[in-house]
Design a protein around this ligand. Structure first.
Ligand code: ZN
Length: 354
């Protein structure tokens, strides 16, 4: 008798667990399906930089299909990406008026370079950004001058097009852990220094994912499919001028502590295992910090310093590729060209001026 009762309650419990698991998986799937990854074809390359479109679960499940949907973009890449973003709206029958927020994780131009043109095309959109990013959105002259210095005027226009000032009343500045509601989702903004002082991540209550910009590293599908050991490479971006290794490590904890189930990397796509990601990032932030400390000790300046950093950063990449048995791979090496160069420049800048 006791055995039968035990058996029935066991079966009941197991069935309940299975049903519960099924429901949460379904809900999780639905949550995830509200986030669309848009390839911006940055630098004419596939899966190099993403933008994300956040949609309403009710609309997708067709229960409230007639209700007006409010959507948001997170990241927008450069002006070259505008057709890809607007095409996605048209394809999904979303009116331009329905875009409520244009969220940018930080103002680097591969993340926020299209903001000023998009805000002129999307009449109801409010730009959401870190408080330190806001002055540069209102008056982009310093940002343009900084980037022009690196790339030259002609190249700047070719790469980024025209960047205009944005009216103050179209911008919302968000504090650390501030939340905003859009439709049925809550978005929580988490300030994450380390890559840039004006960087924030966005936790999304519906997909249970976190949009990490450049705070949880870079991982290219083109390289990952070549991996033979851990199946993924994840590395930090130390691009000029704000690399702060200690802050970068703290930001990893802030990201994990949201309880997010996965990360949306701008470069590129979904990263599933946050603990594993943290392990790889911690190791690689420390390695790049070692290069910075070495560079500081040598007290080199200018070209000589940059040369030293470039050699060390290249060796860092050769090493992480070799761990995955990727050796003398021209395609992988070329894909990393931007990051190799920018990481070396960022470390050299910190060594000389901070
Ligand atoms: Zn970036």
């Amino acid at each position: 008798m006791l055995q039968t009762i035990f058996k029935t309650s066991f079966i009941k419990k197991t069935t309940q667990t299975i049903i519960k698991k099924f429901i949460t998986t379904k809900m999780g799937d639905l949550g995830r399906s509200t986030v669309e990854t848009i390839d911006t074809y940055y630098n004419n390359s596939e899966k190099f930089a993403a933008a994300f479109l956040l949609r309403e679960p009710e609309v997708l499940s067709k229960e409230k299909a007639k209700e007006k949907e409010e959507v948001a973009f997170i990241e927008n890449n450069t002006n070259k990406a505008i057709p890809f973003l607007l095409d996605r709206l048209e394809k999904q029958n979303i009116a331009f008026e329905s875009v409520k927020y244009l969220i940018v994780t930080h103002i680097h131009l591969d993340h926020a370079g299209a903001t000023s043109q998009l805000v002129r095309k999307l009449p109801n959109a409010t730009v959401v950004a870190h408080p330190r990013a806001v002055p540069h959105l209102i008056n982009p002259s310093k940002l343009i001058a900084g980037v022009t210095e690196i790339y030259g005027k002609e190249n700047f226009e070719k790469l980024y097009g025209e960047i205009l000032p944005i009216e103050k009343n179209r911008i919302k500045s968000v504090e650390d852990y501030e939340t905003l509601q859009i439709g049925s989702r809550n978005l929580t903004f988490i300030h994450t220094r380390g890559h840039a002082k004006h960087h924030m991540c966005v936790y999304d209550s519906v997909s249970k994912g976190i949009f990490t910009g450049d705070s949880f590293g870079i991982s290219y599908p083109l390289i990952n499919k070549k991996c033979q050991n851990l199946s993924s490479i994840l590395f930090p971006s130390t691009s000029p001028i704000d690399f702060e290794p200690d802050q970068a490590l703290l930001s990893l904890d802030k990201i994990i502590n949201t309880g997010a189930s996965h990360a949306y990397l701008t470069h590129y796509g979904i990263w599933e295992d946050l603990q594993f990601g943290k392990k790889l990032m911690t190791r690689n932030i420390n390695k790049l910090n070692d290069i910075l400390l070495k560079a500081k000790k040598l007290k080199l300046k200018g070209e000589k310093l940059l040369e030293f950093c470039q050699k060390e950063v290249d060796n860092f990449f050769i090493e992480i590729l070799a761990q995955e048995k990727i050796v003398d791979d021209k395609e992988a090496w070329e894909r990393l060209y931007f990051d190799r160069t920018l990481n070396a420049e960022g470390i050299a800048f910190c060594a000389e001026f901070r």
